[in-house]
Design a protein around this ligand. Structure first.
Ligand code: GLY
Ligand code: MN
Ligand code: MN
Length: 444
């Protein structure tokens, strides 16, 4: 397994900041806070994860930091406030870059101790007409921004000019993050490869009698061994009827021969997510009913992927998947009536109640609008999305024959839109019935 090192270059971070600043209104300033450390219980913290917007623009890995971008500022446009170096704290908690390191290693033009921010930042905001920040995401930070602006307002009789306008940074920044550069796609491909390997491994070791969490352990082991220290979201390992709970994360049930198990798990690598779902038989062989539902989901996914290319709308693959699934459910007798009517009346939602997917990037449900001025967004090269149709037949759905009840299937892959069409990043794990059964015969 390759050793993981950061592959986003300083030049790329600088390019991102420049691009954002080029789109900001004249005479403006942008302010972005880092993530804060979060307590899990008493004095034990959750693992620290940098805020995606902050990471995207700075690459600076520490909490208690604030990034300030001031386009056109003579003494430098990128300013970082961060913790000072502190020998004692560094012995206990680890390395800190300090303001000096923020400049030398992370290319800030200026850097100051975070404890001095209340004294310094109002002076940087003063004279700028517009302030961009992510409003309403963090109440404490909202109050701080107001505090800095009020400090300037208090000085108006001495000639200070407070900003007159607040703008939401999310619109500009999130649209930029939606389009992945080559270096980002490379990382996402590697993340998907690691996750695909983990899913293959889970298929190989799966046996009746194992607990769901044992498969979770195998997934996490593969992630961490490859240098992807954290899953991009809580792993779902749902066997039997648990596969019908869309976000099942208890993972405590003992699996039995005859069950399907649905695994929705993906690692995060260098702050980029992967998101893969596979559903397979615990014993290694699909039953006739499982096969019928599985093949239908697989056909819906293939049909959806086939329409993904620049110029199509965000909703097109969803609509295609709805048609394939509705026709298939009608053929199997699970839905009754005319297919067009079933679609218009959304009867398929009894079994397929979510949408085809979501943007994927630094966040698993990544940023970026799905509609622009009320219309579904046009797909463009560089966007990355998941394609994840599913069919879930509730264990207590009395409207269907007993043999179908409790079957839950989802198949999910990660897809990058290219100039020519699209590329599946997560193809390293099988999904054809015969290929899954073959892999599961090759037990370790
Ligand atoms: N794993 C969350 C999702 O598939 O959206
Ligand atoms: Mn998923
Ligand atoms: Mn997903």
């Amino acid at each position: 397994m390759p050793k993981v090192t950061s592959t986003i270059s300083k030049k790329e971070f600088s390019r991102r900041r420049k691009m954002l600043m080029a789109h900001m209104e004249p005479n403006s300033i942008a302010i972005l806070p880092s993530s804060t450390e979060k307590i899990r219980n008493r004095d034990a913290d959750y693992p620290f994860r940098q805020d995606s917007d902050f990471q995207y623009l700075s690459g600076f890995p520490e909490p208690e930091s604030v990034l300030v971008l001031i386009p056109g500022r003579e003494h430098g446009e990128t300013i970082l406030f961060c913790r000072e170096k502190d020998r004692d704290r560094e012995i206990w908690d680890g390395y800190r870059a300090g303001p000096e390191g923020a400049c030398s290693t992370y290319q800030a033009d200026d850097a100051f101790p975070i404890n001095d921010i209340d004294d310094i930042l109002p002076g940087l905001i003063e004279g700028r007409e517009r302030v961009y920040y992510s409003m309403g995401r963090d109440q404490q930070f909202d109050q701080k921004v107001m505090g800095w602006v009020n400090a300037i307002r208090a000085q108006v009789r001495s000639g200070a000019t407070p900003p007159g306008e607040f703008l939401n940074l999310d619109h500009l920044l999130h649209d930029q993050r939606l389009f992945k550069q080559a270096a980002e796609v490379r990382i996402m491909k590697k993340a998907a490869e690691i996750s695909a390997e983990a899913h293959c491994h889970a298929m190989k070791v799966c046996q009746p009698g194992m607990y769901e969490y044992e498969l979770e352990a195998e997934l996490l082991h593969t992630f961490v061994k490859a240098g992807a220290r954290h899953p991009a979201y809580n792993s779902i390992v749902g066997s039997g009827k648990n596969a019908c709970i869309l976000h099942y994360i208890e993972n405590t049930r003992q699996m039995k021969a005859g069950d399907l198990v649905l695994i929705d798990a993906g690692c995060e690598l260098e702050h980029y997510a992967s998101d893969i779902t596979r559903t397979f038989p615990v014993s290694g062989k699909f039953s006739a009913e499982q096969k019928a539902i599985y093949q239908l989901v697989l056909d819906a996914q293939a049909a959806a992927i086939a329409v993904i290319k620049p110029g199509k709308h965000w909703n097109d693959p969803h609509e295609v998947s709805v048609r394939v699934i509705t026709e298939g459910l009608a053929d199997l007798g699970l839905l009754k009536g005319d297919v067009d009517d079933l679609i218009v009346e959304e009867k398929y939602k009894q079994f397929y109640m979510h949408r085809i997917g979501h943007w994927l990037g630094m966040d698993v449900h990544d940023v970026g609008d799905y509609k622009i001025e009320g219309e579904w967004r046009v797909l463009e090269s560089g966007m990355v999305m998941t394609v994840e149709p599913g069919i879930y037949i509730s264990p207590d759905d009395k409207t269907v024959a007993k043999k179908w009840r409790g079957i839950g299937v989802r198949i999910e892959d990660d897809v990058v839109i290219t100039k020519a069409g699209c590329e599946v990043l997560s193809g390293g794990v099988p999904k054809e019935i015969k290929d899954i059964e073959k892999l599961m015969r090759k037990k370790k």
